[in-house]
Design a binder for this molecule. Structure first.
Ligand SMILES: Cc1cc2nc3c(=O)[nH]c(=O)nc-3n(C[C@H](O)[C@H](O)[C@H](O)COP(=O)(O)OP(=O)(O)OC[C@H]3O[C@@H](n4cnc5c(N)ncnc54)[C@H](O)[C@@H]3O)c2cc1C
Ligand SMILES: Cc1cc2nc3c(=O)[nH]c(=O)nc-3n(C[C@H](O)[C@H](O)[C@H](O)COP(=O)(O)O)c2cc1C
Length: 632
């Protein structure tokens, strides 16, 4: 039987060679709104990976909105857009451009909305659009579509989801208008319909118009799937040829960009319900990067096409590998959201599991000349990537780990119930190192003697970081344990035990989550004003909610002064206080491990990477590891 993922689809004059769509995803790879070489390489890399459709990220249509996104509001952007299309054209992909008006979610520039409703209590109140201004923005969408057509795009997609301007018009929360643009769902849909009509009038049927719709806003009182079904019908009647069904809003981002703890395929039912309401093709999205899930969406008739976002950031060859039956070789996205976190902060896209992302223009690793003997000490993400890349280049590579298995802190990072997915990355790396023929030594504490006996030309030190132990960490008569020992299962708690977790960073919060799940009464003591700093925003919000729901006491601004039998003393707002504690878990930070594995005069090259250099995160470790593999 033929694979439904690879069945072509034709509609509206487009011929899609398969059912796999790269949805629009911001990259931060532009210079003042113009795609740069890195962006072109990023998109080209994905176009060569076998997906049938590439939707280029949201492009700003309004010159008065000065967001970080690339732009399409005047002819000066044409050459950059053309260069991008020209780079993708040889790869047999259908190419779309997403058009965006951010509305209230603008970062700088004019902040407009259907009604003067602020995004949240800290955000400025937007200006209510007049009918004249609405007409002006409708015109901007049409102008932008015409530019996209001139640049050679095969279709445009209106960004009508995620709380941006068109979806705010659809939202009963954001749209309180009493004129022809507000009221019941038909009236709220007037603005999106006018955009579609204006584009069709300007560009003709030769430019198919897709629409990205939030199947629901996922906010109390927000737009619902029933609304979205009506809107989808109205848009199709207006000439929209394909509906891409996403969901969520700025305040319900865990729906839009489901972190790893959200069940896969959580938006498929919304797509299925839209598909029942319209006769145009429908795109489903939302963690569909497991090929079996993606096939099921198509086979069950829930959607005509599947969009795979973060999965195709992590694994640009997803479609080609699946087509070749090489599913075990897929580099797994762990939905950690590091990519979107970076882009949201105005930085370039990077990936926690794939060091080539955003640096695609560097090309594939080149053969080493001459090949050398490379010893990698430590097998966390930095060490494993260093070993993988060095081996790909043809070096004779060994990796050394003192623990019984490879993976470094990935095991601890996967311990919290919400983070099991991290192990998929570890398992992929381990499989890859074995397949590449890297010599693996586990259960070996590497010393200088080991290095001297082995005699490598290059030593990559990827030994990670050790937990910081503050002065009270060695208190008399009390056992204070490294939080990691709870996370890795070396230690456990009994139900009802009182546990104080000192430190509220990722490690502290995840230890608290795990121990509360085991029935302990947990208190987190954090010196800073908030916990979870450094954790990606969507995940952090969820983690803090989970801690509160499981009854964890979170004490911020609390500086621990002493640990005594049965209690932890702390200072807060100038007052002394204490919490009862049968056990104490310490998670106050990390410091790089000192080493003396190579000394001057040894004649060996030394590269220090990852937490061993500066304690940070997966993105930093993976990228630095890969760099070491390239430099070796
Ligand atoms: C609980 C927890 C949760 C985390 N969650 C996240 C997250 O969600 N996202 C994120 O980005 N980051 C997270 N981190 C941080 C992330 O795990 C680290 O930044 C990353 O693992 C660093 O990688 P690395 O390869 O440099 O070092 P490590 O992963 O620490 O690996 C170093 C390895 O070297 C070995 N080693 C040390 N000395 C020797 C020696 N002499 N001989 C042989 N082997 C040796 C160690 O045993 C270890 O296996 C988390 C960390 C923890 C502890
Ligand atoms: C880095 C990043 C940037 C994104 N930018 C956009 C965007 O510009 N427009 C849009 O409609 N969705 C955007 N999204 C959402 C994706 O298109 C997609 O809906 C989301 O990632 C869920 O799909 P997935 O689970 O397959 O990743 C972005 C997602 C990511 C990860």
């Amino acid at each position: 039987m033929s694979d439904p993922l690879f069945t072509p689809l034709e509609f509206a004059g487009l011929r899609l060679k398969n059912r796999i769509v790269i949805p629009p995803m911001g990259t931060g790879l532009d210079d003042d709104g113009v795609f740069n070489d890195a962006a072109i390489a990023y998109y080209r890399r994905r176009a060569t990976g076998g997906a049938g459709t590439v939707t280029v990220e949201a492009l700003l249509v309004d010159p008065e909105t000065r967001g970080p996104e690339p732009k399409i509001f005047d002819r000066s952007y044409l050459p950059g857009l053309r260069a991008l299309v020209d780079a993708l054209r040889p790869h047999d992909v259908v190419i779309g451009a997403q058009l965006l008006h951010p509305g209230r979610q603008v970062l700088t520039g004019r902040r407009v909305a259907p009604s003067p409703v602020a995004l949240n209590s800290a955000a400025p109140v937007p200006d209510e659009l007049t009918p004249g201004q609405i007409a002006e923005i409708v015109g901007q969408f049409a102008d932008a579509a015409a530019l996209a057509q001139e640049a050679g795009f095969d279709f445009v997609e209106i960004h009508g989801a995620h709380g941006y301007l068109p979806s705010d018009f659809l939202s009963p929360l954001a749209n309180r208008r009493t004129d022809g643009y507000g009221g019941d769902v038909e009236r709220r849909a007037r603005f999106p319909r006018e955009i579609v009509r204006a584009i069709t009038q300007r560009c003709g049927p030769e430019l198919p118009v897709f629409y990205r719709l939030s199947g629901e806003e996922a906010l109390p009182g927000g737009s619902t799937i029933e609304d979205a079904q009506v809107v989808a019908g109205l848009l199709a009647a207006e000439g929209v040829v394909c509906i891409s069904v996403s969901a969520g809003h700025w305040r319900s981002l865990e729906v839009t960009l489901a972190p790893m703890f959200v069940a896969r395929g959580h938006l498929v039912e919304l797509a299925a319900r839209i598909r029942r309401a319209v006769s145009v093709p429908v795109i489903a999205v939302g963690r569909l990067d497991d090929p079996a899930d993606a096939r099921r969406v198509l086979q069950s008739g829930s959607a005509d096409l599947v969009a795979i976002g973060r999965g195709l950031i992590a694994e640009p060859d997803w479609a080609a590998l699946v087509a070749a039956g090489r599913e075990d070789d897929l580099r797994p996205c762990i939905a950690c959201n590091a990519c979107v976190d970076l882009v949201g902060r105005g930085e370039e896209i990077r990936c926690a599991v794939n060091p080539e992302v955003g640096r695609d223009h560097a090309g594939r690793p080149q053969p080493a000349d001459p090949p050398r003997r490379v010893a990698v000490v430590g097998s966390g993400p930095a060490g494993m990537e260093a070993a993988r890349v060095a081996r790909l280049r043809g070096h004779a590579v060994s990796i050394w780990e003192r623990d019984a298995q490879l993976g470094g802190k990935l095991e601890a990072a996967a311990s919290a119930p919400s983070k099991r997915e991290v192990l998929r990355f570890r398992d992929y790396e381990v499989r890859t190192l074995h397949a590449l023929g890297v010599e693996v030594h586990t259960g070996t504490e590497v010393t200088r003697d080991v290095i001297d006996r082995h005699g490598p030309d290059v030593v990559v030190v990827a030994t990670g970081a050790a937990a910081v132990v503050p002065p009270f960490g060695k208190a008399e008569g009390v056992e204070i344990q490294d939080a990691q020992l709870f996370l890795d299962g070396t230690l456990s708690v009994s139900p009802g035990e009182a546990v104080a977790v000192i430190g509220g960073s990722a490690t502290g919060c995840e230890t608290a989550e795990m121990l509360a799940g085991e029935g302990a009464h947990v208190t987190v003591l954090e010196m800073a004003p908030s916990v979870g700093t450094g954790i990606e925003a969507i995940t952090r919000r969820h983690l803090i909610r989970t801690l509160r729901r499981s009854g964890v006491d979170i004490l911020t601004g609390a500086r621990v002064t002493a640990v005594e039998p049965g209690r932890v003393r702390f200072e807060r707002e100038g007052e002394e206080a204490a919490v009862a504690a049968d056990r104490v878990a310490l998670a106050v930070g990390w410091r790089s491990r000192a080493h003396d594995l190579v000394r001057e005069g040894d004649g060996r090259e030394l590269l220090v990477v990852g937490d061993a250099l500066v304690p940070a995160d997966f993105v930093a470790a993976v990228n630095a590891g890969a760099d070491a593999g390239l430099m070796a």
